[in-house]
Design a protein around this ligand. Structure first.
Ligand SMILES: Cc1cc2nc3c(=O)[nH]c(=O)nc-3n(C[C@H](O)[C@H](O)[C@H](O)COP(=O)(O)OP(=O)(O)OC[C@H]3O[C@@H](n4cnc5c(N)ncnc54)[C@H](O)[C@@H]3O)c2cc1C
Ligand SMILES: Cc1cc2nc3c(=O)[nH]c(=O)nc-3n(C[C@H](O)[C@H](O)[C@H](O)COP(=O)(O)O)c2cc1C
Ligand code: SF4
Length: 660
């Protein structure tokens, strides 16, 4: 099983222990001046230990004098010898675990850069540099067109930097022509409006990249593999670079001595494609990669939702690519290859493509890397000896086997405590919230949460499951232990809107999604947060033709993760779901809902046969008082503590277990 994934491979002269690579993932740990540090080294080392054949670092800047803006807060640098010591620490540490490492080398962030200038610490009067004078519609920063002299200098300095990377112990250089940064902009007909030898025809647009390849080769010698990472299609229609042109480009790169092509898709304007959320099929980029593979004879690497070993193996088996590379699969499951190799498929944390790591943390939040499922991700450096054992063994009661309670129970057991886990549902993750959450289209992978904990508990002899056991105020006294963790989740709220309560035509989203409550005719969904929007999506897929979402805020799923929103909202539009943002529900009537248009200052009715209440939730923590009286150590986590989600629930379970 998984022969293709696990077979040794080779890129150029670089031997690889298997066919599973790790794609670049920013961590935001690098220091503001571009110095790699131990937090990220430890992050990479865990993935090297876990069996990755080749780790590609996050973006590193090779020329900050000509492109002085950090593409995103805290990318690394390689344009000075002062970076060599820490880069060497990184490569040595990864080599010690048997993996190879490639540097994602970039000459700059271009028009799309969103960080600060490395030196000045302020953006004042420093425009982004770009191939032409086109601003990036996402970054919306002023740009300055590079002169030919600067381009030549940039090529020279970049090459010297690649030599420095080689001296720092890297096994390969991955030239970063992906994600819409500077090289990608030169390649892009959208961004590159130069009329000299670096603009116009594909040959001219590719010149910068080809010169960088040559300069890199000159400095790293004939044996070090050079990989080019690029988008196969920018997905901005005819304005951008599309697959047929990329195929030509790939042939040019092969002729220029490039050893492998690392193929992704998209640029900032189409950023959801870069880390595709659940609404993209698993492995959907492989067919495009296959087209490139047909045109070249160097290895091609594919990526994009390949987190399931079955899917990844099939891509290789079908000959669509030579290697698979994964970003999020490694964040969620640092032991990905090791677990595949020993057949522990159920014991893997399978990434759910929620994009919390990239959308919430890195892109929108300017925060360090975290993962919904794996609370250790981004914290490896804080646990050099793993999750710690407790000094004294205790007996701990956990109430609620949703994500929060499950993680608490799992971590408590890892610490060596005896855990009694109670849930009124008859299975783990059997509560109505998580069942509802995994019901809308493409959301079934949330049940990966159950699979992981079920498997782990099956291997532990210190977790006792008490399923189908509701704890009530009356039965609390039967619980015995040194500490208790309350993780009973939340229940929907019903604000005092006339007609909302005790109305047979009003159902909650939970009723609909988890309990199959009947919905008929024209549907108005009250509340356009994640729950309302996903319920609308589900209803539209079920064939409901008249679904309207009413939301007080100015945008649907305003707090939702960026990539997911960018993908889901167009699907809702396509399905004809009507959206009333900046509208407030005033009352629910016999056959309509009265709404108030907050911008237009007017009231009107929307016809409704069913109203779905998706107006929010409140903690279900009514056991708090009796538990406090009975246990000296008492904790509330997850939705029971306050507004939360799977990520915060798991994180609180992880952190709380450390306190007991
Ligand atoms: C439609 C929808 C979509 C969602 N999508 C996402 C998403 O994509 N990503 C995300 O992060 N979050 C999502 N959420 C939110 C997410 O489901 C919750 O935040 C998460 O489940 C909370 O975890 P928890 O463990 O705190 O509580 P819960 O998952 O609610 O678990 C609580 C558990 O406690 C049990 N319980 C309650 N009372 C008792 C009692 N007295 N005795 C014994 N057992 C008891 C319940 O049976 C349940 O199993 C979504 C929610 C909905 C409704
Ligand atoms: C947190 C995070 C950070 C990323 N950072 C980078 C980056 O610095 N450079 C890059 O080219 N791609 C980056 N990516 C994209 C990934 O390398 C990968 O191509 C993408 O996530 C699709 O693969 P996956 O489905 O296996 O995650 C990042 C992705 C994530 C999730
Ligand atoms: S945060 Fe979500 S998308 Fe990112 S690695 Fe973790 S599970 Fe996957």
């Amino acid at each position: 099983m998984f022969e293709k994934l696990l077979a040794p491979g080779r890129i150029g002269k670089m031997e690889l222990r298997n066919h599973v690579l790790m794609s670049p993932t920013e961590t935001h740990f690098t220091s503001p001046d571009g110095m790699i540090n131990w937090a990220e080294i430890d992050y990479y080392v865990e993935r090297a230990k876990g069996g990755a054949a080749l780790i590609t670092t996050h973006q590193m800047q090779g020329n900050t004098k000509i492109d002085p803006i950090d593409p995103y807060p805290r990318s690394a640098r390689f344009d000075d010898d002062c970076f060599i010591p820490m880069l060497t620490e990184l490569t040595e540490a990864v080599h010690n675990e048997g993996a190879k490492i490639s540097a994602l080398a970039s000459p700059g962030g271009g028009a799309q850069a969103l960080g600060m200038p490395y030196d000045a610490g302020t953006l004042e009067d420093i425009p982004n540099v770009a191939p032409g004078d086109i601003e990036c519609p996402v970054a919306q920063r002023k740009v300055r067109k590079l002169t030919v002299e600067e381009i030549k200098k940039s090529v020279e300095v970049f090459g010297k930097g690649c030599g420095r990377l080689k001296r720092s112990g890297f096994d390969a250089i991955t030239i970063h022509a992906h994600c819409g940064y500077l090289i990608a902009e030169f390649l892009s007909p959208y961004f590159n409006n130069r009329d000299d030898e670096y603009g116009g025809s594909l040959e001219n647009r590719a010149r910068f990249l080809l010169e960088l390849v040559a300069s890199c080769r000159e400095n790293v010698g004939p044996n070090m593999p050079i990989i080019v990472r690029l988008a196969m299609d920018e997905f901005i229609g005819d304005a951008g670079r599309c697959l047929p042109e990329t195929i030509e480009l790939c042939k040019m790169l092969e002729s220029a001595g490039v050893d492998a092509l690392d193929c992704g898709a998209g640029l900032f304007q189409t950023m959801a494609l870069i880390s595709p959320p659940v609404y993209y099929e698993k492995g959907f980029m492989a067919d495009m990669t296959a087209e490139i593979k047909k045109a070249v004879s160097i290895p091609v690497i594919t990526q994009g939702r390949l987190q399931d070993p079955e899917v990844a193996e099939k891509v290789l088996e079908d000959g669509k690519a030579d290697f698979v590379s994964m970003g999020r699969a490694w964040i969620a499951e640092p032991e990905w290859v090791n677990k595949v190799a020993c057949g522990d498929l159920d014991g893997m944390r399978r990434c759910i493509s929620c994009d919390h790591c990239i959308g919430d943390r890195i892109a929108s939040g300017n925060q360090t890397l975290r993962c919904t499922l794996n609370a250790m991700a981004g914290r490896e450096h804080r646990f050099p000896y793993g999750y710690p054992k407790a000094a004294d063994k205790k007996k701990v009661v956990v109430i609620g086997a949703g994500p929060a309670g499950l993680e608490a129970a799992y971590r408590l057991a890892l610490r060596g405590h005896d855990v009694d886990l109670y849930d009124k549902a008859d299975k783990l993750c059997g509560g109505e919230q998580i069942v509802a959450a995994s019901t809308p289209p493409c959301k079934d992978n949330l049940m990966n949460v159950r699979k992981f904990y079920e498997t782990q508990f099956g291997r532990m002899d210190n977790v006792t499951l008490h399923l189908g056991r509701e704890i009530t105020k009356e039965t609390v006294s039967e619980l015995k232990g040194d500490a208790v963790v309350l993780a009973t989740g939340a229940i929907p709220i019903a604000p005092p809107i006339p007609g909302l309560r005790d109305n047979p035509k009003v159902v909650t989203a939970i009723d609909v999604l988890a309990h199959g409550a009947p919905v008929e005719g024209k549907v108005v969904i009250a509340g356009g947060g994640q729950v309302g929007v996903e319920t609308a999506h589900w209803l539209a897929e079920k064939g409901f033709k008249d679904v309207a979402v009413v939301e007080m805020m100015s945008e649907l799923s305003i707090d939702g993760e960026l990539m997911t929103k960018l993908s889901l909202h167009p699907l809702l539009e396509e399905a004809g779901v009507k959206s009333y943002v900046s509208h407030q529900i005033r009352s629910i009537n016999e056959d309509s809902v009265t709404v108030y248009d907050m911008n237009g200052d007017r009231e009107f009715n929307i016809e409704a046969d069913t109203v779905v209440n998706a107006l929010g939730k409140k903690p279900l923590a009514d056991l708090e008082e009796p538990l406090k009286e009975q246990f000296c150590q008492y904790y509330v986590i997850g939705d029971a503590r306050g507004r939360s989600n799977i990520c915060t629930g798991i994180e609180q379970g992880f952190i709380t277990a450390l306190k007991i």
